[in-house]
Design a protein around this ligand. Structure first.
Ligand code: CP
Length: 340
C-alpha cells in the first residue's frame, strides 16, 4: 500500500475526535478526576512550599488578582479557608451568597456568573446544592471554576486536604505522591455515603494512589452499587470489621438536608455506626480519626473521640488553607498561560 493510501486508510479508521470535554479552562478544578496523579503530587508539593514561604513574599504571588466566592449553601471551613488562602497570596476576594444577593430575586447561576465575570472576577469558587452546577458555571463563563462542593457529587479540595492529612500521619515527610504511595493503607469511610460529595471525591482519589477504600453504612445510606464506584473500593457493612482493617477512618454526618423523606431509626444507626471511644479502642486503637465537618457530636461520633488523641479533625481544617492556596494559584496561573 502506498503511503498516501495508508494515510487515507488511517483517516478512514481513525475514530472521530472526542467531544470537547470539561473542564474547558485548564485552571478549573471540577472533580478530582481533572488531576493526574502527577498533578496531585505537584499540588501537594506546592502547598507545602507556599505554607513555608515568607508571608510578605507569598502575598505578592497573586497581588490584586480578583476571585469571587459564590456560595449557594452554607459553609464554615471551605469558605473561610478559600478566602484566607486567596488573601495569603495577595488576591482580592468578594463573597456572593444566595442569601444576600440577586440570587434571592431569581437570578440564574449563568447570569450570576456572567455578572461576576463582567465585574472583573478572574476565577470563581462555587458551592452549590445541585450536582453538576460547577460544570454549568464553567461552560457559561469559561472562567476557571473551583468546585467547593456541588450537591451530592464532588468536593475535590476536601479530598486533597484529606490526602495531605493522611500523608502527614501515615507517610510522614512525604510531600509528593505516586500510584503506590498509599499501598497497604485502608481508609474506612463511614456513614451517609449516598449524600456525601466528600466520600465521592475521596473514593475517586485515594485508590489512584494505591489505597483501599472501605465504605461502611446502612443500605439506605450506602447502596450496594457504590462498591462499583472505582477500582479499590469495597463495602463492609459491619463497622467493627471495617475498623479492624483500617489505618484511618473518615466519619460522615447524616445529611438531614438531603434525606428527602428517607426515614432512619437514629438509635439503631448510632448503635451500629457511631464512633465511640469503646469501639475505637477495641477495633482500631491506632487508627487516624477524620471528619470533614460539620460534626454532629453524639450522632456519628462521640465528643470524646472527636477531641481525642487519635483525632486529626482540626488538622484537616488547617490543611485546607495550604491546599487551597495551591489550587487557587493553579487556577489563575493557568489563565495566564503559566505553570501547568
Ligand atoms: N468540609 C466542609 O465542606 O465544611 P463546610 O461545609 O463548613 O465548608
Amino acid at each position: 500500500m502506498t503511503p498516501t493510501a495508508t494515510a487515507a486508510r488511517r483517516t478512514l479508521f481513525t475514530p472521530p475526535l472526542p467531544e470537547p470535554r470539561f473542564p474547558y479552562n485548564p485552571g478549573s478544578m471540577l472533580s478530582v478526576l481533572d488531576l493526574s496523579v502527577q498533578g496531585v503530587s505537584r499540588l501537594l508539593a506546592r502547598a507545602a512550599e507556599l505554607e513555608r514561604m515568607d508571608p510578605l513574599v507569598r502575598d505578592r504571588i497573586l497581588l490584586k488578582r480578583r476571585l469571587a466566592l459564590l456560595f449557594y449553601e452554607s459553609s464554615t471551613r471551605t469558605r473561610t479557608s478559600f478566602e484566607l488562602a486567596a488573601k495569603a497570596l495577595g488576591a482580592d476576594t468578594t463573597l456572593v451568597s444566595n442569601l444576600s444577593s440577586s440570587i434571592e430575586k431569581g437570578e440564574s447561576l449563568k447570569d450570576t456568573g456572567l455578572t461576576l465575570r463582567a465585574l472583573g472576577a478572574e476565577a470563581i469558587i462555587l458551592r452549590h446544592n445541585s450536582s453538576g452546577a460547577a460544570w454549568l458555571l464553567e461552560a457559561s463563563t469559561r472562567l476557571p471554576v473551583i468546585n467547593a462542593g456541588d450537591g451530592m457529587h464532588e468536593h475535590p479540595t476536601q479530598a486533597l486536604l484529606d490526602l495531605r492529612t493522611l500523608l502527614a500521619h501515615l507517610r510522614p515527610g512525604v510531600e509528593g505522591v505516586d500510584e503506590k504511595t498509599l499501598s497497604g493503607v485502608t481508609v474506612a469511610i463511614v456513614g451517609d455515603i449516598l449524600h456525601s460529595r466528600v466520600a465521592r471525591s475521596n473514593m475517586l482519589l485515594l485508590p489512584r494512589l494505591g489505597a483501599r477504600v472501605l465504605l461502611c453504612g446502612p443500605v439506605q445510606l450506602l447502596p450496594d452499587l457504590a462498591a462499583h464506584a472505582a477500582a479499590g473500593v469495597a463495602i463492609e457493612r459491619n463497622f467493627d470489621a471495617a475498623l479492624g482493617q483500617s489505618q484511618a477512618v473518615m466519619m460522615l454526618r447524616i445529611q438531614a438536608e438531603r434525606l428527602s423523606g428517607l426515614q432512619l431509626d437514629l438509635d439503631e444507626y448510632k448503635a451500629s455506626y457511631q464512633l465511640t471511644g469503646q469501639r475505637l479502642a477495641a477495633h482500631a486503637p491506632a487508627a487516624l480519626v477524620m471528619h470533614p465537618g460539620p460534626i454532629i457530636r453524639g450522632m456519628e461520633i462521640t465528643a470524646g473521640v472527636a477531641d481525642g488523641v487519635q483525632s486529626a479533625i482540626l488538622e484537616q481544617v488547617t490543611n485546607g488553607v495550604a491546599i487551597r492556596m495551591a489550587v487557587i494559584e493553579r487556577a489563575l496561573k493557568h489563565e495566564n498561560g503559566g505553570r501547568p
